[in-house]
Ligand binder design. Structure first.
Ligand SMILES: Cc1cc2nc3c(=O)[nH]c(=O)nc-3n(C[C@H](O)[C@H](O)[C@H](O)COP(=O)(O)O)c2cc1C
Length: 362
């Protein structure tokens, strides 16, 4: 489906980094859901570049919802949102000529679109296109919260610094909603920000590991085999630019464990089957088991860096060297947490509407 995702609830994304506007269409949304524009603004602010640790590009994200909402609630028609690009500086990219930025999409896009692609600012592949995803995700997050389902993401690791683990998921999710830099430990967050600044100073960039938790997911959502919850979530998360790894529960660490360590033992508590552990991240057989969903998302370092790297000029085919100039994030992962929250919420809404019917969220 190329630029669309979802079965019952679909999201279609469009736009380019330096085009007039970017946007998204949400189709299949339950009618009568409140659309809280203030929440959308807050969540867009969590994604927006902030201070010296981010790109100097400053976008106000003055979004317009042009379809699907009347008197503050969804009508059930496709919900379309537009966000203008106002702070573009395409000359920065013209200066790079036709040099393919290592690890960015320049070479791959040329192979597919034969030079017709809009290369300015990464064009259609830019992280800028995650803004409309965050906006739609905000509506999905509010709808889930009304059903007792809460989503929160923290930056678990960056620059050799680790955040503390989730302890009280409910309180931790609430505290993350109010943080500009998404760590549970303020001290860890300050050390990570210092590491980002040091990388920036060196003309380099940093990757990071995000960890997302979802509480309140009902049991029995998802399908076996090809539409399992892990696969559906992973597909959506891998669409986020710079995401290169997704794992559930203890993920890759499970491979080194024994069954006696990796199994989540079941206990009946007040009429509900639950477990004191959650090595499987809330999913068995592709279907939710009622434990919190837990996933970790690896975000690579920003490809565009100031340090000189080998590359090729796509016009001449000659070898060349690129030391990128212009405005770039020295790290992406902290900004991507709002994107992960939104993408996970939209995906869970799709799964829930598919399982329980399109009025489930009402
Ligand atoms: C919020 C966000 C901001 C980003 N900012 C930049 C940036 O300033 N410079 C850059 O080179 N890449 C940036 N990226 C990453 C690129 O868009 C991405 O690496 C590129 O499209 C190639 O896709 P891939 O890494 O998934 O293979 C950003 C990604 C996100 C999610």
């Amino acid at each position: 489906m190329k630029n669309s995702i979802g079965n019952t609830l679909t999201v279609t994304l469009f736009g380019e980094s330096h085009g007039e506007e970017i946007g998204a269409v949400l189709d299949g949304i339950t009618p009568g859901l409140p659309v809280n524009e203030e929440h959308i603004r807050l969540r867009l602010a969590q994604r927006r570049p902030c201070g010296a640790i981010s790109t100097a590009r400053r976008e106000q994200d003055e979004f317009r919802i042009v379809s699907g909402v009347k008197d503050g609630v969804t009508t059930g028609a496709p919900l379309a949102i537009l966000i203008p690009n106002t702070d573009t500086r395409s000359a920065d990219y013209a200066a790079m000529g036709d040099l393919a930025r290592p690890s960015h999409a320049d070479l791959a896009a040329r192979a597919k679109y034969h030079g017709y692609e809009d290369k300015r600012g990464g064009g259609h592949f830019s992280g800028r296109l995650t803004a409309p995803l965050v906006a739609l995700g905000s509506i999905a997050l509010d709808a889930l919260e009304a059903k007792g389902i809460f989503v929160g993401t923290h930056l678990k690791q960056m620059g050799g610094v680790c955040d503390r683990d989730f302890e009280n998921a409910g309180e931790d999710i609430r505290s993350l909603q109010g943080t500009a830099f998404p760590t549970l430990s303020r001290e860890a967050g300050e050390r990570m920000q210092a590491a980002i600044l040091a990388a920036k100073e060196a003309g380099d960039s940093l990757g990071g590991l995000l960890e997302c938790i979802v509480t309140g997911m009902p049991q029995g959502v998802g399908e076996p085999w090809f539409d399992g919850v892990e696969g559906v979530l992973a597909r959506a998360l891998f669409a986020i630019p710079a995401v290169k790894g997704v794992e559930f529960g203890d993920g890759f660490a499970l491979a080194a464990m024994r069954g006696s360590e990796a199994n989540d033992p079941w206990r009946a508590v007040d009429g509900t089957v639950t477990s004191p552990t959650n090595h499987n991240g809330g999913i068995n057989g592709g279907i939710t088991n009622g434990m919190p969903l837990l996933m970790r998302i690896a975000v690579k370092p920003t490809p565009t860096i100031g340090i000189a790297q080998d590359t090729v000029d796509l016009t001449t085919g000659e070898n060349a060297t690129l030391a990128a100039r212009g405005r770039h994030d020295p790290a992406i992962a902290h900004r991507a947490r709002a994107v992960v929250d939104g993408v996970v919420a939209l995906t869970l809404c799709d799964l829930l509407l598919g399982r329980f019917g399109t009025d489930y969220l009402k």
